[in-house]
Design a protein. Structure first.
Length: 280
């Protein structure tokens, strides 16, 4: 590698119509700051496979649910793995990056996760509830999610969907990490307004809960968001571990916290790229 700054291809869908979120604004802000340290270009996720060979690394950010371009995403992923292209987040994630199977695995292993099954014969393992959440194993951004009465669930469990009890939770809270370092937490006081977020003062017990899943995923580098809900008994339960392209809600943070996150992200990406490109 020459003394030139690393060349980074930043993958984002600036026009994706995310409900309650402004993908484009967040990535315009982040790239304006990352340009201070990297030679950077933006591209749509459909163009990433064709362009990535000209760059030292690819950063996947607010690229939207891959469900809308699954074939193209799989081709990008296969080509990156075959060529050894550096992708941030690394493609070894075991959580949402690989679908929703991890919710079944973690639930079966006794992790503090909303109880989850995918087969009719396992429905008895779920707590009795008036309503159940049914969502595709391959999905994101609530696409295909349904809330059904108990009588309407059994016929849908064909292995392609997950079934969970509809938890009457107090609020949702998200914990944001860069590598394995906690950065900030945000919560939605009103369960009906998921993206109306406020800063959340995480306790030591909260962070122990969140780190449990970060440690399980073992990414080493990258940005992750641990989404949880506060159950009626006060326990936190995992809703989702987003390790592909988590929206960061940076516009919700005070300037000092936003700057601290950018500093952490810049340092992480620099270590990731320089460590791989510098000969041992």
């Amino acid at each position: 590698m020459s003394a030139a700054r690393p060349r980074v291809l930043y993958v984002t869908d600036l026009a994706y119509p995310a409900n309650g979120r402004r993908y484009g604004d967040e990535d315009v802000f982040l790239t304006s700051r990352l340009r201070e340290h990297f030679d950077l270009a933006l591209c749509h996720p459909l163009d990433a496979a064709a362009l990535m060979d000209a760059y030292d690394a690819v950063v996947v950010r607010n690229s939207g649910p891959v469900l809308g371009y699954q074939k193209e995403y799989e081709a990008f992923r296969a080509r990156a793995l075959d060529s050894g292209t550096l992708v941030y987040n690394p493609l070894s994630g075991k959580a949402d990056m690989a679908g929703k199977q991890y919710l079944l695995d973690l639930s079966a292993a006794g992790f503090p996760v909303i109880p989850t099954v995918d087969r009719a014969e396992d429905l008895h393992k779920l707590p009795v509830a008036e309503r159940y959440v049914v969502k595709p194993k391959i999905g994101a951004d609530s696409l295909g999610l349904r809330i059904l009465p108990a009588a309407g669930v059994a016929g849908l469990t064909d292995g392609t969907v997950l079934v969970q009890p509809c938890v009457d939770f107090a609020y949702e809270v998200s914990f944001y990490f860069v590598d394995d370092d906690f950065q900030y937490a945000l919560y939605a006081p009103d369960p009906a307004r998921r993206w109306e977020l406020r800063p959340y003062a995480a306790t030591a017990a909260d962070l122990e809960f969140a780190r449990h899943f970060i440690d399980w995923n073992g990414l080493g580098h990258g940005v992750q968001r641990v989404d949880a809900c506060r159950a009626p008994d006060g326990e936190l339960l995992l809703v989702e571990l987003e390790d592909l392209n988590p929206y960061l809600s940076l516009d919700t943070l005070p300037e000092e916290a936003r700057d601290a996150f950018v500093t952490a992200l810049t340092a992480s990406l620099s270590r990731f790229v320089q460590g791989a490109l510098t000969p041992a």
